[in-house]
Design a protein around this ligand. Structure first.
Ligand code: ZN
Length: 234
């Protein structure tokens, strides 16, 4: 079985970047990494650099992979920028590492396809966790926590699940292994969520719904009855 090390950005006293609504990067990376682990567990040995809200320096994170003789190392982060409009997904590899570049490209491809955020591409960076890791390594910046829209996505369980599935798919593709049957790996498009929100505001539905979920007859009739109420002004 292949050994995969998932590095959870930040933790403990280091919250990482914090969004305008207070979402902390260390909590998002923990939630996503735990989901990646449960997806990959049936097909690969998965080691996390932290399992809870622990403090851990950069060098010991790489050590986890080096000591385990890992086949690849993937670090999960949220991006942040001074410009609140900065948005999208990008993935990093260590300059000159051909295998790191290959791993980063597969992670980026799967993340962009699943999350449908702006594709900022694959980039090189001299990050300690990439430099100190002996096996192929990549660092994914899922989305911008400093962008209010992406911050609220990063905090949502559904989005975290899609990000985790994409990361697991990228790793599986890199290692050449098949993932167990997964669910829908693509986030519904934003316009579908906008329609749900408008329907809620108009009083046609009373709660959020998965836009891609099939509607049973009672639901269609409930919406029709709500429409009648709205039209009659009741
Ligand atoms: Zn970070």
């Amino acid at each position: 079985m292949f050994k995969v090390v998932i590095d959870l950005g930040h933790g403990g006293r280091d919250p990482g970047a914090i969004g305008q609504s207070g979402v902390q990067e260390k909590d998002v990376t923990l939630a996503v990494a735990l989901k990646v682990k449960s997806i990959l567990k049936p097909v690969a040995g998965v080691i996390l650099t932290r399992e809870g809200d622990d403090d851990i320096d950069l060098a010991p994170r790489a050590d986890v992979a080096n000591k385990a003789g890992a086949d690849c190392f993937v670090s999960i982060h949220c991006n942040s920028a001074a410009n609140p409009k900065a948005q999208g997904t990008e993935t990093y590899f260590y300059p000159g590492s051909e295998e790191g570049k290959k791993l980063a490209a597969l992670l980026q491809k799967n993340l962009v396809a699943a999350l449908r955020l702006a594709d900022r591409g694959v980039k090189q960076a001299n990050f300690a966790v990439l430099r100190l890791t002996e096996c192929p390594a990549a660092l994914a910046e899922i989305a911008f926590i400093s962008n209010m829209q992406e911050e609220s996505l990063l905090a949502s369980e559904d989005f975290q699940q899609h990000a985790a599935q994409a990361i697991a798919a990228g790793i599986a593709e890199y290692l050449g292994i098949a993932l167990p049957e997964g669910g829908n790996q693509t986030m519904p498009e934003q316009w579908k969520f906008d329609i749900i929100e408008k329907a809620k505001q108009a009083g046609l539905i009373t709660q959020d719904h998965d836009p891609d979920e099939t509607a049973p007859k009672w639901f269609v009739l409930a919406v029709a009855l709500n429409l009648l109420k709205v039209v009659k002004g009741q």
